[in-house]
Design a protein around this ligand. Structure first.
Ligand SMILES: [Zn+2]
Length: 328
């Protein structure tokens, strides 16, 4: 049981250990889609070593920090300040990123933007200086307050998630829709178009460099993931990806929270996957088919029995649940 009374349970329902304020929802399914879907069994009880931290230059003054525990972290060193996008999953891992930033520029971190509030991109936030201005969509603040269940998106030991900071999260600025930030001679644009992966996803867009940091709106190598407990929604994800794809000037490099930067082909592929799944599941739902029918049709596997193991969630199951909720 966690400090505030929550419990993590493994596939077999066994209580595992305390992890502060996060309840891990073990995913229960997988679809056999041809596009980008992969049956990956993860286990947060097995001994794992974090991948090495690597700084990759994305454009002039724009970088991403891959590796370590947690999602990709972005940073922009324009003018006399540094704007950072997201954190790693722990304070320690985020401090390593800050050290690397210090090797590139002596300018201070003045702003931190959170694309959303999932633990792998949010839990290391205490590493940032108190003087940095925290910016996020209003919905991220709401999600943080509600502290809902989430699917884990990366293979990491449970102890990593125990590092949940106890400090309050008080952003200096929240926004809805669009927020332009002037950074030196150029502008960074923050966009929030409503529910998608979660309810609060922010796109951090660098129009002049044709680059956008997109949080978990796109996964390369997995089918898209909806954190429905945080208000994520598959139709909303279609909408937001369509808008992202149509931004002018056209975005050419998309930086997801997990994996390497991707091009327009992968974004389009993700969009196509969601539309395809939505259309097939909707047809089955309208024909009176059950959730079991959908699982069978999409080749959804049962969760592994070993303790601490889970499989990437099934989009088909998520869509079926969305349709069921709508009906009732
Ligand atoms: Zn996420």
């Amino acid at each position: 049981m966690s400090d505030d009374g929550r419990v993590i349970s493994c596939a077999g329902g066994t209580m595992i250990r305390r992890i502060g304020r996060i309840l891990i929802a073990l995913s229960i399914s997988f679809t056999g889609l041809s596009i980008g879907a992969r049956s990956q069994v993860l286990n947060y009880l097995t001994k794992q070593k974090q991948p090495p931290l690597k700084i990759v230059k994305v454009a002039n003054g724009i970088y991403m920090a891959k590796g370590e525990w947690g999602s990709n972290v972005g940073f922009c060193t324009w003018n006399n300040e540094v704007l950072v996008i997201d954190s790693k999953a722990t304070k320690d891992a985020t401090e390593k990123v800050i050290k690397e930033i210090g090797k590139i520029t002596k300018n201070p971190i003045t702003r931190v933007v959170f694309t959303h509030s999932d633990p792998d991109s949010f839990n290391g936030r205490d590493a940032y200086p108190d003087t940095a201005e925290i910016i996020c969509s209003l919905r991220v603040l709401d999600d943080y307050k509600k502290n809902p269940t989430v699917y884990l998106e990366m293979n990491a030991p449970a102890a990593i998630y125990a590092a949940w900071p106890r400090s309050d999260f008080i952003p200096a600025m929240t926004f809805e829709g669009q927020l332009n930030i002037r950074l030196g001679h150029d502008e960074v644009t923050l966009l929030h178009y409503g529910p998608a992966h979660t309810s609060g996803d922010t796109i951090v867009w660098f129009p002049s460099d044709r680059v956008a940091f997109i949080g978990d709106l796109v996964f390369d190598g997995h089918e898209p993931l909806i954190q429905d407990q945080k208000g994520g929604n598959s139709l909303g994800l279609v909408r937001v990806l369509s808008i992202l794809f149509g931004l002018k000037p056209e975005v050419r490099t998309f930086i997801p929270s997990h994996g390497d930067p991707v091009g327009r082909d992968i974004v389009q592929q993700n969009l196509g996957t969601i539309e395809e799944v939505r259309s097939k599941v909707t047809a089955m739902f309208d024909a009176g088919k059950s959730l079991e029918d959908v699982k069978k049709a999409f080749g959804v596997r049962e969760p592994p029995q070993e303790a601490g193991a889970w499989i990437w969630p099934s989009l088909a199951v998520t869509v079926y649940r969305e349709l069921s909720r709508k009906k009732f």
